[in-house]
Design a protein around this ligand. Structure first.
Ligand SMILES: [Zn+2]
Ligand SMILES: [Zn+2]
Length: 279
C-alpha cells in the first residue's frame, strides 16, 4: 500500500488546491492520503469530497506549530474530527498569531527598505493564510533573493529583517487539542529541527509522556540511517511510526508525493489498527 500522511495545499503554504492535491495523490497511486495544512483544517472538506469521488482513503489532518523548550516544533494531528470545538478554537488562536506575525514581518521588512511587503505577499497567497514561505516567494519574485536558501540566509530568521518569533501553544496543549478531537498526535520530521540527537530524544520523551502517539519515521528526505534511528527511538519510547512526504508542490522542490521508503517495522505503523472502510 502507498500511504502518505503529510501533505499541504494552498490553505497553508502549498501550491495546489485541495482538489488538485487529492487528484495528484490518486495519480501517484496513493491508497491512503492525509491533508495536513499548517494550523488550519479549512481545506479538508474540499479534499474529502474529491477523495470520495476518486475512491481514495482520506485522512483528516493538520500540522500544528507548538513550543517545546522555547523552540518551534510541528505536531501532526491525524484522523481528527474537524468539527471539534477545542481544536477549532486552538487553531483559530494560531491563525491570529500568524496574522500578527505577518504584520510584524512586513513592518520589519519595510524597515529594511522593502516597501509594500504585505500587499505584495498577500497578492501571492490564494487564501487568507500568509506564511513565511509566502514572504520568501515575494522576496524571490521581487528579485531581492534568488532562491529559498538565500532568503532564509538573509531574511525571516533570528535577528535578520523579517525574523519574528511566535509564542505558539505549548506542545502538551497542542497534543491535547489533537487528542481531544479524537486524533492521533505525531511529531513531524524529527530530524529537521536544529537539535542534537540527544536533544531530539529528550523532546520525544517529553512528548510521549504528554500523550503524543507517534513520530514521523519516514519522510521524503529521510536518510536510511535516520529511518532506522527514528524507528528504534519509537520502539524504546512506545511510540507509533508514521510516514509522509511533506509535499508542498513548490517548483524545484524534489519531494514527490507518495514516494516514500518502507517503515522498518510495520508492527509499529500508526495505521496498524485503522479500519479503512470507516472513512
Ligand atoms: Zn513541518
Ligand atoms: Zn508539513
Amino acid at each position: 500500500m502507498v500511504i502518505d500522511l503529510h501533505n499541504h495545499s494552498y490553505y497553508s503554504d502549498g501550491v495546489l488546491s485541495p482538489t488538485e492535491v487529492v487528484r495528484l495523490a490518486k495519480k501517484q497511486k496513493c491508497d491512503v492520503f492525509a491533508l495536513t495544512d499548517h494550523d488550519t483544517i479549512d481545506g479538508l472538506a474540499e479534499a474529502s469530497l474529491e477523495a470520495n469521488k476518486l475512491n481514495l482513503q482520506f485522512v483528516f489532518g493538520t500540522e500544528i506549530s507548538a513550543i517545546w523548550n522555547n523552540m518551534t516544533i510541528h505536531v501532526l494531528g491525524l484522523k481528527i474530527n474537524p468539527n471539534n470545538k477545542i481544536l477549532q478554537v486552538g487553531l483559530k488562536k494560531h491563525q491570529q498569531l500568524r496574522e500578527i506575525r505577518s504584520e510584524k514581518i512586513a513592518c520589519s521588512l519595510g524597515g529594511a527598505g522593502i516597501i509594500g511587503a504585505m500587499e505584495k505577499t498577500k497578492a501571492l497567497a490564494k487564501t487568507n493564510m500568509i506564511t513565511c514561505t509566502h514572504f520568501a516567494q515575494m522576496l524571490i519574485q521581487e528579485g531581492i533573493c534568488k532562491d529559498m536558501k538565500s532568503v532564509f540566509r538573509r531574511f525571516l530568521v533570528g535577528k535578520k529583517p523579517g525574523g519574528v518569533g511566535v509564542k505558539w501553544a505549548q506542545f502538551d496543549e497542542v497534543i491535547g487539542w489533537i487528542r481531544g478531537a479524537g486524533g492521533v498526535a505525531v511529531l513531524a520530521h524529527p530530524f529537521r529541527y536544529r537539535m542534537t540527537h540527544t536533544k531530539i530524544k529528550r523532546m520525544m520523551n517529553d512528548l510521549a509522556i504528554n500523550g503524543c502517539d507517534g513520530i514521523e519515521v519516514v519522510t521524503a528526505t529521510s536518510s536510511a540511517d535516520e529511518i532506522i534511528l527514528a524507528s528504534q527511538w519509537a520502539n524504546e519510547l512506545g511510540l507509533l511510526a508514521s510516514t509522509g512526504s511533506d509535499y508542498h508542490g513548490w517548483l524545484n522542490q524534489r519531494v514527490r508525493m507518495g514516494c516514500l521508503q518502507d517503515l522498518p517495522n510495520f508492527e509499529q505503523a500508526v495505521w496498524r489498527n485503522w479500519t479503512w472502510q470507516n472513512y
